[in-house]
Design a protein around this ligand. Sequence first.
Ligand code: NAP
Length: 248
Amino acid sequence: MALPKTALITGASSGLGRGLATHYAKAGVTVYAAARRLEQLEALKAEVGATLIPLKLDVADADGCCERVRALDQECGGLDLVIANAGVGELSNGKRIDWPGVHQTIKVNVAGAAATLCGALPAMVERGRGQLVGISSLAAFLTLPRTAAYAASKAFLTSFMESLRFDVEHTGVAVTVIHPGFVKSEMTAKNKFEMPFLLETDEAVRRMAAAIDRKQKSYAFPWQMSSVVGLASALPKPLYRAIAQRTR
Ligand SMILES: NC(=O)c1ccc[n+]([C@@H]2O[C@H](COP(=O)([O-])OP(=O)(O)OC[C@H]3O[C@@H](n4cnc5c(N)ncnc54)[C@H](OP(=O)(O)O)[C@@H]3O)[C@@H](O)[C@H]2O)c1
């Protein structure tokens, strides 16, 4: 399978994004590794080598992000792969709903991800090739206590990309949505609850990269967690709510 020549990966300063940037840069892909913490990206470049190019980018400034991605596409002669991975994932108790936290989730996970993809897509369609990848979550498929903003933000990304795929069919542009379960990262290190089937970051990155390289339309993993989510979403609503209420 031919690897892309150029890739943009957002949220590359830690966790899954860092792992994916490392994976592709080591394979010889020119990777634009984007995040706000430039020092982390510079350290990663020192580790990985010249094929990784740090890019300071705050995706929460959605208009600026879209414009930066569009300009980068022109500067580098065309992005072959764009991975909208940057994300935030705070749990929030609806009884003490915190608008700044909810707003930041919407700015990063919804507007930031959409802006990243929209900045790249028109030029990909024009060239008749390219791949958009969105890192959603298994949370996109379920509503659970304390995950209102996060689950809804990931449901948006999944829905956005699944719909986009209809529109770009036959243009040569591939659309891949990835739905990870629990993976070790800075985000999950904050969780104080049990995380079933928790995966090591490297293992998750290996599986995600394989799905991206296959240009798989949708990839949910690990299968154990994905099956639990599939079964839970097939339950009658009242039964599901009674069970979900106990996960708090
Ligand atoms: N780990 C899991 O279990 C899991 C499960 C399902 C889905 N996911 C999704 O996977 C993606 C990566 O998460 P992770 O687990 O690897 O978490 P992580 O280690 O916390 O990484 C999050 C990345 O997003 C970046 N980011 C946050 N806000 C940003 C902003 N405003 N602008 C630009 N970059 C920003 C961070 O970089 P800076 O702070 O340097 O900007 C960081 O590189 C997220 O979309 C997450 O929702 C994770």
